[in-house]
Design a protein around this ligand. Structure first.
Ligand SMILES: [Mn+2]
Length: 326
């Protein structure tokens, strides 16, 4: 993987650097942002990582996670978006959605949407990378940043987060080779996998039970789906953050080609997670509703009542399933 010279120039020619990622950050977003901040600090930069809406509790253990801010305190000369290619998707305070003249550097592995490029943006997008963490690793290597256990932990978190602990198809020989070299720093792979993929509060476990009870399966077309309502969240004392990885329980139903989980987060506001197992492009479906993601894992949000959101999204999913061979 080659790091474009423009990317290095952008980083080297600015002193105060703000790093942000997408809303609803997960291991790759947070791990990549933190690893990059460690690296840039090592080469003398002043760096801040911003997650305006905060990070899910499960990532609190990552080194320097406690230093992530909700509001920038420095006047940045450069904004770096990691694991995110659009300012509109970035988890930044509102005023940052339009800042005149602030150069933006994008480091991302999500397939690019067409159009959308402003003058002040330099984009390094590599959809071949299993995780943005792989790109950050290359970047730090070119910048000659010495590896540390902190950086290794953050990068490893990014890798396991986006590969489902090396089980998804995006896992490549290079991914495993990088993981192997990071493990040499004494990381505990079981502990990291547990913290990122397995651990769940008792309340969230009860919520999961509700979701499973309501699951629907249409074996003829290979569709599994379920919906969580505001009432479910309320009665179990949980929120949307607790639903991480729930959709994978639907995906694991034998005969499933596409799994969909709807969460009615508020009245008339529904979040949707889509997963595919057979190559059906769920990112294309999510895109139709203003969302995005990868071919096998994507998401979107709808401002509509739950039944209508279910109807709209499942109509598109059924169409996609009919069009792709099962
Ligand atoms: Mn990612």
């Amino acid at each position: 993987m080659k790091v474009p010279v423009k990317v290095l120039q952008q980083l080297l020619s600015h002193q105060k650097i703000l790093i942000a990622s997408h809303v609803g950050p997960e291991g790759d977003a947070i791990g990549s942002a933190l690893a990059l901040s460690f690296g840039l600090e090592k080469i003398g930069k002043t760096v801040e990582v911003i997650c305006h809406k905060g990070i899910p509790k499960r990532y609190d253990f990552l080194p320097n996670a406690d230093k992530i801010k909700s509001q920038p305190s420095l006047e940045p000369e450069l904004l770096v978006l990691v694991d995110c290619s659009e300012l509109s998707r970035a988890d930044l305070p509102k005023e940052f959605q339009r800042i005149d003249g602030l150069p933006i550097l994008v480091i991302d592995h999500h397939p690019e949407k067409l159009g959308r490029k402003s003058e002040s943006e330099i984009k390094w997008v590599n959809p071949e990378a299993a995780a943005t963490a792989e790109m950050i690793y290359q970047l730090l290597k070119v910048l000659k940043v010495p590896m540390t256990v902190e950086i290794a932990t953050c990068l490893y978190a990014g890798l396991i987060s986006d590969t489902g602990v090396f089980q998804f198809r995006n896992t490549k020989p290079e991914t495993l080779r990088l993981a192997a070299s990071l493990l040499k720093w004494g990381l505990d792979p079981q502990d990291l996998a547990y913290r990122i993929w397995e651990v769940r509060s008792f309340e969230a476990t009860k919520l999961l039970a509700r979701m499973l009870v309501k699951a629907k399966f249409e074996p003829e077309i290979g569709l599994s789906w379920s919906a969580i309502t505001v009432r479910d969240f309320h009665q179990t004392g949980t929120n949307d953050e607790d639903t991480e990885n729930f959709v994978n329980f639907l995906r694991s139903v034998n005969g499933t080609r596409v799994a969909v989980l709807f969460r009615e987060v508020e009245k008339n506001f529904v979040k949707v997670s889509l997963r595919s197992k057979d190559g059906t492009d769920v990112a294309a479906i999510a895109l139709r509703f203003g969302g995005g993601g990868h071919r096998a894992a994507a998401g979107c949000k709808l401002n509509s009542p739950l039944p209508s959101a279910v109807k709209q999204v499942l109509r598109e999913v059924r169409k996609a399933l009919a069009n792709s061979k099962g």
